[in-house]
Design a protein around this ligand. Structure first.
Ligand SMILES: Cc1cn([C@H]2C[C@H](O)[C@@H](COP(=O)(O)OP(=O)(O)O[C@H]3O[C@@H](C)C(=O)[C@@H](O)[C@H]3O)O2)c(=O)[nH]c1=O
Length: 181
């Protein structure tokens, strides 16, 4: 597994080793020992999958006071995955980073706790699978606006994304309840 640091400390891009033969390929996407050696959590309590059509944008989501670490990968299609650092005291708080994840590149994104997370679907459809470290808690759930002008995530594509009503009502950075130390 190749592990690459990103512009946001703690956010890691993982590339599993591919074993190719005449039948196709094989790869380990999660290995408890390898994750522990890389300093990543090796205990995940839930696997989630979502299926979306082109132009759908889900995000930017976080759980206040009950943060989840997320391990994100794409089973089919291509997404632009974006994270915003919300960590109290972090030198990169308020900064974002974006990554193209696809079933072709098989990249995996590790997102630590206290990041807002979201993605936009760039292919006809996309299936996204992600493991989380802590339980889902709808009361703790918060949405930061995908198009907040202060954070200013540069999403690919010009069309207005398809949003849930919850995400369309996301909070601007200036008014959002953010994690505190
Ligand atoms: C996230 C989640 C949702 N649900 C339910 C609640 C709701 O009725 C339905 C759809 O939920 P949402 O609209 O919040 O789904 P979605 O917009 O896909 O939410 C997800 O977005 C990505 C970007 C993330 O990072 C995830 O952590 C999660 O917040 O599924 C669960 O039962 N368990 C869960 O863990």
């Amino acid at each position: 597994m190749k592990v690459t640091e990103t512009s946001l400390p703690g956010v890691l891009l993982l590339e599993p080793r591919l074993f190719t033969d005449s039948r196709g390929w094989f790869a380990e996407f999660y290995n408890e020992r390898v994750f522990a050696e890389a300093g990543l959590p090796s205990h995940f309590i839930q696997d989630n999958q979502s299926h979306s059509t082109e132009g759908v944008l889900r995000g930017m989501h976080y759980q206040l006071g009950a943060p989840q670490g997320k391990l994100v990968r794409v089973l089919s299609g291509t997404i632009y995955d974006a994270v915003v650092d919300l960590r109290p005291g972090s030198p990169t708080r308020g900064q974002w980073a974006g990554f193209e994840l696809s079933s072709e590149n098989r990249h995996i994104l590790w997102i630590p706790e206290d990041f807002a997370h979201g993605f936009k679907v760039l292919s006809k459809t996309a299936d996204v699978l992600y493991k989380v470290t802590k339980p889902y808690d709808s009361r703790a759930e918060r949405t930061l606006r995908w198009d907040d002008p202060e954070v200013n995530i540069l999403w690919p594509g010009s069309a207005t994304p398809v949003l849930s009503s919850k995400d369309a009502d996301g909070k601007f950075w200036s008014e959002a309840e953010l994690p505190v130390a």
